[in-house]
Unconditional design. Structure first.
Length: 392
């Protein structure tokens, strides 16, 4: 059964229908063989009722003991009810707690001082916030000013999220594809695994390219890029694993050992073999940051993915599935020699209703460089900032 949003339910088109919803327990009240849940999914909040005898005894008990901010999935019938906030409720027939909150949620209804709430900001954002709602293809998303780790905190509040913001990187090397300041498109999605985020990426890139082909023929004609090259950019993109890529370029030719990240030189060897963007998945743990989820079927590699543009351009996006279990994340932080204290807030996100989630970052100037067949990324931005250039 397809998952629907709370917003759709509150619109009334699903009255008397059975629905599948998922989200976080915003609130809970129990009494007399009935549990009232307030479920938040990022699009809205809806009351869900569990009646003893109407649901499995085990499910009733599971929800009886579930703490606020646990992540949950429910199936039930939509009924108009004037007493429920929003005028509708879901009478639950089936459900499960996905990740129970491991502790009591620290932000209660009682008054908290501003300093406390600022320290707990990553959790406080789950209370009702004011954000700009925008249309994202046929879905909706929210604008924010943050990057991945913060985006991960916000998905429990608003659901799918993206930002387009400057990123700053102290890149020491002079390459054709590194700026010190670039426009970074980042997206993060709850209830989304590696395969799901790959599909989002290929749809986004295909949409960008198709729109340019449609609307910018004159501009594209100024570059050597042929429209036929771009017309080939349609989902699904080809996928190779890191292992396959490593074999394709050959150890002796590429100068890297298994486990090393692919740099500009290696990507160049690989991407000349392709005539459209493709994905490299399952990079070794050692080549990726600590938050990448190890592959359950081979923990030496991660559920990560980079999208590489053809003809030598190389990496244009990087991302993948994030670790969702508290203990697993803590172990990775320790393994990397990082201080768990600095990541306390990030670990907290796994304490309170963690869900499967994934995201990616796309370098806007990298995409422009490839689409326009530029020799150097500095020509993809009006005022390039490079290791040796900060003027004008
Ligand atoms: P690279 O290996 O090429 O340095 P990265 O692995 O550091 O990239 P990520 O941290 O995954 O890149 O960042 C996400 C995306 O941001 C990249 O896929 C790329 O498109 C873009 N990007 C990263 N660094 C730069 C940079 N210095 N200049 C322009 N774009 C960049
Ligand atoms: Mn880099």
């Amino acid at each position: 059964m397809q998952v629907v949003t709370v917003k759709e339910i509150l619109h009334g088109t699903l009255d008397a229908k059975q629905v599948h919803v998922r989200g976080w327990l915003q609130n809970k009240r129990t009494g007399g063989g009935i549990i009232f849940l307030q479920l938040r999914d990022g699009s809205g909040v809806i009351q869900c009722t569990l009646r003893k005898g109407k649901v499995d005894e085990k499910i009733f008990e599971e929800f009886q003991s579930a703490r606020i901010e646990s992540s949950v999935e429910l199936r039930g019938d939509v009924r108009p009810d004037p007493r429920a906030p929003g005028g509708r409720e879901i009478q639950v027939v089936d459900g499960r707690v996905v990740h129970p909150a491991l502790e009591e949620f620290p932000i209660a209804k009682q008054f908290h001082g501003p300093e406390f709430l600022l320290d707990k900001r990553h959790l406080f954002v789950r209370s009702d916030t004011t954000l700009f709602e925008v249309k994202y293809f046929d879905q909706k998303a929210y604008l924010t000013q943050s990057w991945q780790l913060y985006a991960e905190a916000l998905i429990a509040s608003v659901g799918n999220i993206y930002t387009v913001a400057p990123s700053f990187r102290a890149e020491k090397s002079r390459t054709r594809r590194h700026l010190t300041e670039y426009w970074h498109v980042e997206a993060e999605a709850p209830w989304c695994d590696l395969n799901c985020i790959i599909e989002v990426e290929e749809q986004l890139l295909s949409h960008i390219v198709a729109t340019l082909v449609e609307e910018c023929k004159t501009e594209l004609a100024m570059f050597e890029r042929k429209l036929e090259d771009l017309e080939k950019v349609k989902p699904p993109f080809e996928r190779v694993t890191y292992d396959q890529a490593f074999k394709m370029i050959g150890e002796e030719k590429s100068g890297i050992k298994w486990g090393d990240d692919l740099g500009y030189e290696q990507e160049k060897l690989l991407t000349v073999k392709f005539d459209r963007p493709f994905f490299v998945t399952h990079y070794p743990k050692k080549a990726k940051a600590f938050y990448h989820m190890p592959d359950p079927s081979n923990p030496d590699v991660t559920l990560s993915v980079d999208c590489l543009a053809p003809e030598g351009y190389g990496e244009i996006t990087g991302g993948g599935q994030r670790i969702e279990e508290y203990d697993a994340l803590l172990a990775r932080i320790r393994e990397e020699g990082l201080d768990p204290k600095s990541y306390e807030w990030y670990l907290d996100l796994r304490k309170f209703g963690s869900v499967t989630h994934s995201g990616f970052g796309l370098g806007l100037e990298r995409v422009v460089s490839w689409v326009c067949k530029l020799d150097h990324i500095r020509d993809a931005i009006a005022f390039p900032r490079l290791i040796n250039r900060i003027y004008p």
